[in-house]
Ligand binder design. Structure first.
Ligand SMILES: [Zn+2]
Length: 160
């Protein structure tokens, strides 16, 4: 099992905060569709004992996917509305990641400019977080975005 301690800490904090006043509440996780991340997220949530405490929505670019165009935005909002009204969601966690192809293609980030990449994620995610709270004021204080580091294969250190 490849549980990530940094991811583990932020997910634990987010779930605890979102369910502080409602122990039956759940969170909606928004991640990128990038195949490096869903398994890591699932294993971490499972290890925390949160298997039944969240819903997982994946859109290209995570925060970008929530605002890409009118269609993507509508898809995100429809799922958010459903999760809040039917799924008893009391918090949202957005998991952006560095080296994101959707951000490179649609937000103009470059792997050669990590600070510019980080700032673009902050700008987009901040707008999306604010729009989520405007849409569902009940979520105020429980909508958070994080920027995950680049997920890579372990470095090879010996070979025969
Ligand atoms: Zn991505």
């Amino acid at each position: 099992m490849a549980v990530d301690l940094g991811l583990r800490a932020v997910l634990k904090q987010s779930v605890e905060q979102a369910t502080e006043h409602d122990s039956s509440g759940k969170i909606l996780l928004l991640s990128c569709i990038d195949s490096r991340y869903p398994e890591r997220i699932f294993e971490t949530m499972d290890d925390l004992g949160y298997r039944d405490r969240y819903y997982h929505l994946a859109l290209a670019g995570a925060s970008h996917g929530a605002k890409h165009d009118a269609h993507w935005k509508s898809t995100f909002n429809d799922h958010l509305d459903f999760a809040v009204t039917e799924g008893h969601v009391t918090g949202v966690v957005i998991l952006d990641h560095l080296d994101c192809r959707a951000y490179q293609l649609y937000e103009g980030t470059s792997p050669g400019d990590p600070e510019g990449e980080r700032l673009r994620h902050i700008a987009v995610a901040t707008n999306v977080v604010n729009e989520i709270v405007l849409r569902h004021s009940i979520l105020c204080g429980n909508v958070t975005a994080y920027l995950l580091p680049v997920e890579s294969a372990p470095p090879e250190i010996a070979r025969s």
